[in-house]
Design a protein around this ligand. Structure first.
Ligand code: OKP
Ligand code: ZN
Length: 345
């Protein structure tokens, strides 16, 4: 299985995030990617390749023009117009009675308009790293188009919380959607994105909610108990042409492998019925028992079983890295998923 990785992804170096009502050291740090890179090489999963440049049309298929303008010019405006050198966080959102049809002109207003949380710092090289992460996803998708039966896009920062015009949850560009659009642009008819990250993939759901060419399935902590709090319930089934093509499988806090495995069986049955040309796995490793921000109980050995369950779908599969913050175990857990997949493949 080819592995795609770009060192430019390490340039997003958030210092502090707002979490639990206080500034805390950021958990979505470059070390995550470094430790996974060395573990998958050690486990001889495959050869590592750098991605080519991201294709611009893919970006505009996933994100709005206004959002892309905001992100690509943000740091210049923040630092030169406002003279701010510290990383940026939004402060105020258009909830309930506010209007959201007016895009503010000022930078702080726009920061809020294009975000959904205060836990996702924007720094001087964030956008460059996000573009490299998206290029890593595109490059993995190209391997499936070329006939490979699997690939691993070692993406960082992650992508599944990013919606067409909103960043948040450590995500700026929706990498799984970039990969899906690359596959569709190369002739695929149907794609499934299966999101196994501990957190609901609200951004991916938003992008595909009205579409029947991309099936979205997410296994995650119940949003009534966990971030992102406002999406990810079981009654969200898609709308219009997309009705029936969105499947949320929320699980209770404390879920261990047996119940996670049952949800995986439900997911794989739905995938087989849909019969996609390719499967994209939004691979979050934060379902791990020692994850510092999560409350599931998967053990290191369970990740081998997770990889095997994914292989049982018997469809060309692209793994796109999402979350996972237990840095010491992250490499082993990631390599275990890929090894479990390759053994059953
Ligand atoms: C990103 B991904 C907990 C704050 C939660 C956001 C978590 C983002 C997860 N005190 N902060 O899905 O792994
Ligand atoms: Zn997560």
């Amino acid at each position: 299985m080819d592995i795609v990785f770009s060192p430019d992804q390490l340039k997003h170096q958030p210092g502090q995030e707002l979490s639990d009502g206080a500034f805390m050291p950021a958990v979505e740090i470059p070390r995550r990617a470094e430790i996974i890179l060395s573990a998958v090489q050690e486990a001889q999963i495959g050869e590592v390749f750098a991605p080519g440049p991201l294709s611009e049309p893919l970006l505009t298929r996933v994100h709005s023009a206004a959002y892309l303008t905001f992100q690509s010019t943000f740091w210049q405006r923040w630092s030169q117009e406002l003279g701010r050198e510290h990383e940026a966080l939004p402060l105020c959102w258009p909830v309930r009675h506010f209007r959201r049809d007016q895009q503010p002109k000022d930078i702080d207003g726009q920061l809020s308009y294009f975000s959904f949380d205060a836990g996702t710092p924007l720094g001087p090289h964030t956008w460059q790293a996000a573009l490299s992460s998206a290029a890593t996803a595109e490059s993995g998708a190209k391997r499936l188009t070329a006939g490979h039966t699997s690939a691993f896009s070692l993406c960082r920062p992650p992508g599944h919380h990013a919606a067409p015009d909103i960043y948040g949850g450590y995500c700026f560009i929706n990498n799984a959607a970039i990969a899906a659009e690359a596959l569709l642009a190369s002739g695929a008819q149907r794609i499934t994105i299966l999101d196994v990250d501990y957190h609901h993939g609200n951004g991916t759901q938003a992008i595909y909610y009205g579409r029947q060419d991309v099936q979205f399935i997410s296994i995650h902590a119940d949003p009534a108990e966990e971030f992102p709090h406002f999406l990810g319930y079981g009654d969200e089934i898609g709308e219009g042409a997309g009705e029936g093509y969105n499947l949320n499988l929320p699980l209770q806090l404390g879920t261990a492998w047996p119940d996670f495995a049952d949800a995986m069986s439900t997911a794989t049955q739905a995938i087989k019925r849909f019969a996609p040309d390719s499967l994209i796995i939004s691979l979050g490793l934060d379902s791990f028992e020692k994850d510092p921000i999560s409350k599931f109980k998967l053990k290191t050995a369970d990740f081998v079983a997770l990889g095997a369950k994914i292989a049982a779908v018997k469809t060309p599969t692209l793994f796109v890295l999402e979350g996972g913050y237990a840095v010491d175990d992250l490499g082993t857990n990631c390599a275990n998923v890929l090894t479990g997949f390759l053994q059953e493949h």
